[in-house]
Structure formats: C-alpha cells, structure tokens
Design a protein around this ligand. Structure first.
Ligand SMILES: Cc1ncc(COP(=O)(O)O)c(C=O)c1O
Length: 385
C-alpha cells in the first residue's frame, strides 16, 4: 500500500525525527526552571540554550524573546500588551485572524484601525501606507509571509515608512521561520511573532520578539516568567524542540532550495496538464514551498475531499477556517471573486516531500480534476467519489 502524501505544511508540520531522539534527554529535566535548587538548574539551562539558538537564527538578543503557547497568543500579546499612548493601528487586509480579529477587538475598545489593501498579485501599496501612517499611529502590522499564497512582504520598506512617523512595526513571521532566511535586526521590525509547530517543532510554543526598549505588558498575569511579560511555567519540551530546529541553519537553506525546485516543477506540470488553471499571484515574491491555485470549474472543498480519500492531504485555505464554508478572506482581499476563491487549492510542501510524491500527486490531481469537470462539479456536491 502506498503511503499518504502530506502537502499541507503551512497548516502544521510533522515533528522532526531529531526531536524524537532528543526528547528523553529534555524530559529528564522535569524540574521547574524557576526553582532555585538543583532540580531547576537543568531545565533552566535547556531554556537558556533554546532561547540562544532561536535568537541567533533570527538575529536578535535572547532576552528580547518572550515564550508563549503559540503564534496566536504572541500576535494577541503584540497588540494587547504594547504600551503606547497612540490609538491608531494599520494592518494589511491579508493578516491571519489572530492579528485581524485582535485588531478588531482594539477597534471595539475605541482605537482606530485602518486596513491596507492588497492587489491581485498580493502586494501592498507603500504609497497607501505612507498616506495612512501618522504621528498618531501606534503600530503597523504586516506579515512577513502569507500562509495561503506564500507572498513575502517588504518589511524593510514598511519599517522605514512607519518609523518616519514614530510608529512601531510588528510582523507575523510564523510562516517565514524555517522557510526563508531573514534577520529581524536587518528588517528593523520592533515586534515579531513565531510558532514552533509550523517549523517541525512540538505544538505549544510560540514567541513574541519585542525589541529592547519596546514595553510589553503581560496578557497573562501571574508569576515573573519571561521577565514579567508572560506568566506561567514554561513548556520546556516544546521550547527545547524549537530551539533544536533553529540550530539547523544549513538544513533550512538546503531544504528551501530543494523545495523551491519541487514546487516549481509541481506548478509547471499542473499548469501544463490541467487546462484553465492559474497560480494566484505568481509574479510576487513567494515562499519556496507554497502554491495557491485556482482551478476553473472545480469546487475546492470537493477536490480536497476527493484527494483526501486517495491519500493526499491538501488545503483550500487556512486550516483554521476549515469547516467554514465562506471563501478565504485573503483571496477575496486580493480581488478574486467568491467563485474563484471557492475554486482554490493550497499546496504547501515540506522537508519530507520527494519528487516521486509530487509527481504521484500531480498524476492523481489530473485524473480527479478531469473527472469532476466531466460531472460538471463546478457546484458544491459533496464527495462525488
Ligand atoms: C500566519 C500565521 N500566523 C499565526 C498563526 C497562528 O499560530 P498558532 O497556530 O501557533 O497559534 C498561523 C497558523 O495558522 C499562521 O499561519
């Protein structure tokens, strides 16, 4: 029997086998890292080492990192914890719900929130940003890379516009970590978000980077962990696993290169062999692993379910909106029609994918799309097996 093929790495990633091998060693340090006695010393050292490794990959100081339970919590903390007298925020139209919904919450608290448009290529307009940022703007938040289309955003330029008005910049870098090389100090951002489970580490560890000098009040009150910015005993195993992954700088570069070639091969085969199919925003600067496609006349959910029963895990949009029949807000914001958005498929490759798997997937996709189109399954009709 052939093994299932996972092509949904932007939703989450499998745990790296090296972590499974190291876990017993970390688990031996079951003490509380805050304890003064000897049982706390081992865990404290594991925590320190992980923090150092993450800081060195992202180009920041270890104590500028605040461990949280995940990317969503870190995004919430960036908005709710930031200490500022200013009451205006600017976010892009394609942010993850953990940013857009938090900004909406701030709006309900009396703040003003402006949403930056994106065009059909997924790009933002820096002139629009210039027009929106004022000396009243507390923070601009634009993600480093989009989870659905893979588009990468020009943070350096965004920082230069925002800083000219004294506004801070936050970037949700959850999808960028481990997929592309970047250095937060070079980008110049003031706050940034990461999540371990998108980068082959265990679930339950996220990070908010807050540049030295940026004050963040806790959203979770209690003990003095994370220098008083996030209370609660640390999830040592998950943090250690993310630290372990951040030590793999060489492998990140090699895998990104290999995966980029696989993605390009997959896209060119799909475009050649399946008529009336387009890549969404192919001209934009994209993550090497992500492909967002629109297949005319094929309902995305029906396609997903047909591929699932054949052993292929794909997505039609963000995983956290599965079960939600509404088309992806990101694709709608880019100017796709509801129908185009509903005919979309997201493929996100990862470290374990091979050329054989990708070819097997495309072979199957050609057959399934052909079959669905022959049944005229442009409309939603369930499994259609
Ligand atoms: C861009 C982006 N930001 C934030 C998150 C939330 O991260 P977490 O699942 O760790 O809460 C996700 C997860 O889908 C994401 O893709």
């Amino acid at each position: 029997m052939r093994t299932a093929v996972y092509l949904d790495h932007n939703a989450t990633t499998p745990v790296h086998p090296g972590i499974l091998a190291k876990a017993p060693e970390w688990l031996a340090f079951w003490g509380n890292p805050s304890s003064i006695h000897s049982f706390g010393r081992g865990p404290k050292a594991v925590l320190r080492e992980a923090r150092q490794s993450i800081a060195s990959l992202t180009g920041v100081q270890p104590l500028e990192l605040i461990f949280t339970a995940g990317g969503s919590e870190a995004n919430n903390l960036a908005f709710k914890g930031l200490v500022t007298k200013r009451k205006h925020y600017v976010i892009s139209a394609i942010e993850h719900p953990s940013v857009s919904k938090t900004a909406e919450w701030l709006r309900n608290q009396g703040c003003q929130v402006d949403i930056l448009n994106v065009n059909r290529s997924g790009a933002i307009d820096l002139d629009e940003l210039r027009a929106r940022v004022t000396t009243e703007t507390a923070m601009v938040s634009v993600m480093l890379a989009n989870n659905e289309t893979g588009h990468i955003y020009p943070l350096k330029e965004i920082v230069s516009v925002a800083h000219a008005q004294g506004a801070l910049v936050h970037t949700d870098a959850v999808q960028a970590l481990g997929k592309i090389e970047f250095n937060l100090k070079d980008l110049g951002v003031d706050l940034a978000t990461f999540s371990g489970h998108k980068f082959y580490a265990l679930k339950g560890c996220g990070i908010l980077y807050a540049r030295k000098g940026v004050t963040v009040n806790p959203a979770i009150h209690g003990g003095a962990q994370e220098r008083g910015r996030r209370a609660g005993t640390e999830n040592l195993l998950a943090i250690a696993s993310l630290g372990f992954m951040c030590g793999k700088k060489g492998e990140i570069a090699a895998q990104s290169h290999r995966i980029g070639e696989l993605r390009d091969h997959m896209e060119s085969r799909i475009l050649r062999e399946i008529s009336d199919t387009v890549v969404t925003g192919p001209e934009g600067h994209r993550l090497p692993n992500t492909s967002s496609l629109c297949l005319d006349g094929v309902d995305g959910e029906t396609l997903l379910m047909n591929l699932d029963v054949r052993g292929f895990g794909v997505s039609t949009g963000a995983a956290c909106s599965s079960g939600n029949p509404e088309p992806s807000p990101t694709l709608l914001a880019m100017g796709l029609s509801r129908q185009e958005a509903q005919q979309s498929l997201r493929l996100s490759l990862g470290w374990g994918n091979t050329l054989e798997e990708v070819d097997r997937f495309v072979d199957e996709l050609v057959l399934v799309v052909d079959r669905l189109r022959s049944f005229d399954l442009g409309k939603k009709v369930g499994y259609g097996l």
